[in-house]
Design a protein around this ligand. Structure first.
Ligand code: URA
Length: 447
């Protein structure tokens, strides 16, 4: 077999065999096929695409390039959730303890902030003492004890993805549906999941900005995952406005705990300050996890069970148990709630009277990077105590000078830059408030 023949075959719209895909992936990882040939093939795939079967072969080869988590000491089934990334997306922090309290085992391998989107690992590490570098043995033990564990990806898991992703990043081939699909699925299956629920976000703050692109990715994830014998659900959700009321690292832990600690009290909170959108997305995704695990008969039944463990405090107990098992200090976390903030603060206010019609998630995400919530380059450190509180959501009437967001940062210059960026994303118009629209756009299932 020759790499050049495989490149030509794909360039001419051919369908690659399992052997051809294996030859390329193995050759790339062992160094026998040079980067320039893999780059050329990636570009051919970018333009000509792949069938679900080819994408499945690629996924399998990528999984086999490294180690997989051994969860054989823990009874399954194992179900995880993956989000394609958003702003204010702290769903994993709430969903995992709820699912675990409902009897589902959740092996969660998460990532760090990327571009304007936040990262679950960065949020978790803002919890004092919390460790996200679990060994495979400890990962399995913690799942066995409290039902879920949250870790980063070790270098041994899917090395082919690490190499391919780095090459895609510099060859203009990131935005390819089959390459994204194999990249995501290989990592999720390597962590030991039997079933997966995807939150495919769409809108200005998402990776897939258009709904058609998001649907195409969702369908590809479902088709390829199902072809590999797994249960898959993909939910398309809105990412036009930051999700929930806080954007930051510890700020998002705070908001997650507010939902886990006192869900019933939310009814007494003014509507603008509530996390209704966050709760809607979180409960829907968790309910599908229950269905996929066989722990609920239907998504409605799943929703009821999720609300039950939130109201009873069982989900909060799971969070406390997991946090302690992962080295986190629960009491210190509670002490810091509402007070752990960077010293410089300012409000971002309405520039005129009217209806707030837009609060662009991308602008808020970029502003949060300037504050230090995320990274501008891979080697940057993130800060735990900076970010935004969203005080008004689109649909609200606002008066000139009224605060729409509050920001915290470590320097006046960072704050000024962030405020300018967020202001560009605020739209206030003269019209009546629109209807409140639900967060769930479409659902694609293979169960
Ligand atoms: N996230 C991934 O894990 N892989 C991609 O290719 C794109 C987004």
């Amino acid at each position: 077999m020759r790499a050049s023949d495989i490149i030509v075959k794909k360039r001419e719209r051919g369908v690659l065999s399992r052997e051809e895909i294996a030859f390329i992936v193995r050759g790339y990882v062992d160094g026998s096929i040079p980067e320039y040939q893999v780059s050329a093939l990636l570009m051919a795939i970018f333009f000509q695409g792949m069938t679900p079967e080819e994408t499945g072969f690629l996924t399998r080869e990528m999984i086999d390039s490294g180690e997989t988590m051994d969860l054989s000491t823990v009874p399954g089934p194992f179900v995880d959730k993956h989000s394609t990334g958003g702003v204010g997306d702290k769903v994993s922090l709430i969903l995992a303890p709820i699912a675990a309290a409902c009897g589902v085992r959740v092996p969660m391998m998460s990532g760090r902030s990327l571009g304007h989107t936040g990262g679950t690992l960065d949020k978790l590490e803002s919890i004092p003492g919390f460790r996200t570098d679990l060994t495979p043995t400890r990962f399995a033990e913690i799942i066995g004890s409290c039902g879920f564990a949250m870790t980063g990806q070790s270098r041994e898991v899917v090395p082919a993805d690490r190499q391919l992703y780095a090459l895609r990043d510099v060859t203009g081939t990131v935005e390819s549906v089959p390459l994204i699909t194999s990249s995501i699925l290989s990592k999720k299956f390597a962590e030991g999941a039997d079933a997966l629920v995807f939150d495919v976000k769409t809108g200005p703050g998402a990776f897939m900005k258009s709904r058609d692109d998001a649907r195409e990715l969702a369908q590809s994830l479902v088709d390829t995952g199902a072809g590999l014998g797994k249960k898959i659900v993909a939910v398309l959700t809105r990412m036009e406005v930051p999700l929930g009321a806080k954007v930051g690292n510890f700020l998002e832990v705070e908001e997650s705990l507010a939902l886990l600690r006192a869900p019933a009290a939310l009814d007494r909170v003014p509507v603008d300050e509530r996390s209704d959108d966050l709760l809607e997305v979180t409960l829907r995704l968790t309910a599908w996890m229950l269905v996929a695990a066989g722990a609920a008969r239907s998504v409605e039944d799943g929703l009821e069970r999720c609300r039950g463990v939130l109201d009873s405090g069982d989900a909060l107990s799971r969070w406390e148990e997991n946090t302690r098992l992962q080295g986190g200090d629960v009491e210190e976390t509670y002490r810091r709630l509402g007070t752990w903030r960077a010293p410089e603060t300012t409000e971002i206010t309405a520039v005129r009277d009217g209806v707030l019609t837009g609060l662009d998630a991308f602008a808020v995400g970029m502003g949060s990077v300037y504050l230090g919530v995320g990274r501008s380059k891979a080697t940057d450190d993130v800060l735990p105590d900076v970010g935004f509180e969203v005080l008004r959501k689109p649909g609200s009437m606002v008066r000139r000078g009224e605060p729409i967001l509050r920001a915290w940062g470590h320097s006046e210059s960072a704050l000024a830059r962030a405020v300018d960026r967020v202001q560009e994303g605020i739209t206030i118009e003269d019209r009546s408030p629109g209807d409140d629209r639900g967060m769930i756009l479409e659902e694609i299932t293979a169960l």
